[in-house]
Design a protein around this ligand. Structure first.
Ligand code: NDP
Ligand code: MG
Length: 399
């Protein structure tokens, strides 16, 4: 039964609730009033069943889904007696996305987030988008779907959230450039020789932001920034040459928009994802958030450096992908996932990740475009296969 609009709770579904973005989302929701204020039509996770069940009970979610089909019974028994509906596997994930909601937090990591997020888009939900792979791999399709669905797209990636905050809607025509800030990661000052020898553990230790494993290593290689360049292009309709990256080690300026009159507007804040998440949840209002306030007297200085693309070739690869267009974003992302997994598994060195992605992009540079989501998934699979064979070949040569 629907309660009256004045008392109806705000509905927020959370894809990837057990991850870094998901946990921060639930933290912000608890801070903003929890179950008194919010209803959770659907909540999803994958391997962390215990946490997913606890989150579902805590929020009194209507539908809890693990992406892992084999874990259905584990989740079912963890939620026994709760009355919460349980689902598992890819189709349940899509159903979770499709359930009626006011806002969907897209916090699944990787291309697996695309189909359930598009299901929410098609249902007209507003989307708080953390999953950058959706736009990197399927930017044009995603845009069409948003326009058709009628929901609002609210960027949660901190840089894009910053740009969203300072991009004046009625001055879009006067936007000259977008300047994405990058911390530079743990290897900002390393030589190429030092970078060649780093381990996944040191790569995962981000100096400023606390995030999931993959995105932390992607930050160290700047592949995260590469994905964000492509994400920015799709979110804000920019040409590739309008997207700049500047290394800003303190991560206080989260990004900037430059206008044709020379003005640059920036959004500043403590490096805490609850800021961008809270902004998306409260939008179009601003909520009171439990994030640290900046004390400018204590901020000794803000530094800026041009990124070194010989040590961080990922940025150049993003530009290539944007210029080539079509499915090259999906290829870059798919190849990057395989290279990242190979690095985490100790099969390849840190710098080889970019070589593998470059070789895969060149091999699959055939001008194809995505007509539907299946084309995107096919390009992703093909890129993964090609990247695997590039890794296998280079291992053979090294033997
Ligand atoms: P995490 O690895 O911390 O969490 C990922 C979430 O997705 C978990 O709930 C995980 O479940 C679930 N998951 C993992 N694999 C699959 C799959 N194949 N199918 C369905 N669900 C899956 O990632 P983050 O929270 O760090 O990142 C989420 C997204 O947000 C990424 O796209 C990232 O780039 C983006 N982002 C993250 C930021 C951050 O601060 N963390 C900042 C900006 C963007 P389980 O843990 O139960 O296995
Ligand atoms: Mg970011």
């Amino acid at each position: 039964m629907n309660s009256s609009p004045a008392t109806r709770k705000r509905r927020i579904s959370i894809l990837g609730a057990t991850g870094s973005i998901g946990r921060n989302t639930l933290d912000v929701m608890a801070h903003l009033g929890g179950r008194e204020v919010f209803e959770v039509p659907a909540i999803t996770g994958m391997g962390n069943i215990e946490l997913l069940a606890a989150q579902a009970r805590q929020t009194d979610a209507k539908f809890a889904v693990t992406a892992d089909l084999a874990r259905y019974h584990d989740l079912k028994s963890a939620l026994a007696g709760s009355g919460i509906e349980v689902g598992a596997g890819p189709s349940a994930l899509i159903e979770a996305g499709a359930r009626d909601t006011d806002l969907l937090m897209a916090g699944i990591v990787g291309i697996a987030g695309l189909a359930p997020t598009l299901a929410a888009v098609a249902n007209g939900a507003n989307i708080a988008l953390a999953n950058k792979e959706c736009l990197v791999s399927a930017g044009d399709l995603f845009h069409e779907a948003i326009t058709k669905g009628g929901g609002e797209l609210l960027p949660v990636d901190s840089e894009h959230n910053a740009i969203f905050q300072v991009l004046e809607e009625n001055q879009r025509h006067a936007v000259d450039r977008i300047i994405l800030t990058a911390s530079g990661g743990p290897f900002r000052d390393y030589t190429r020789e030092q970078m060649a020898a780093v381990t996944p553990e040191t790569a995962a230790a981000h100096p400023n932001w606390s995030m999931g494993l993959k995105i932390s290593i992607d930050s160290a290689s700047m592949f995260n920034k590469a994905l964000e360049m492509i994400e920015a292009r799709h979110l804000f309709g920019m040409r590739p040459e309008q997207i700049e990256v500047i290394v800003h080690p303190q991560s206080i300026i989260h990004s900037m928009v430059g206008y044709t009159d020379g003005s640059v507007l920036a959004q500043l804040g403590a490096p805490d994802m609850r800021h961008a998440i809270g902004y998306a949840i409260a939008y179009p209002r601003r909520a009171s958030l439990p994030v640290e306030r900046l004390d400018f007297a204590k901020l000794a200085q803000l530094d800026f450096f041009a990124p070194d693309e010989t040590r961080f070739p990922a940025l150049g690869l993003a530009r290539t992908a944007m210029q080539r267009g079509g499915l090259q974003g999906a290829v870059l992302n798919g190849a990057k996932e395989i290279a990242l997994e190979a690095f985490i598994a100790g099969q390849i060195g840190f710098l080889e990740m970019a070589d593998i992605v470059a070789a895969t992009m060149d091999k699959l540079n055939d001008g194809r475009v995505a007509l539907n989501i299946d084309d995107v998934y096919a390009a992703d699979r093909e890129a993964r296969d090609v990247a695997q064979s590039v890794i296998a070949n280079s291992a053979r040569i090294a033997m």
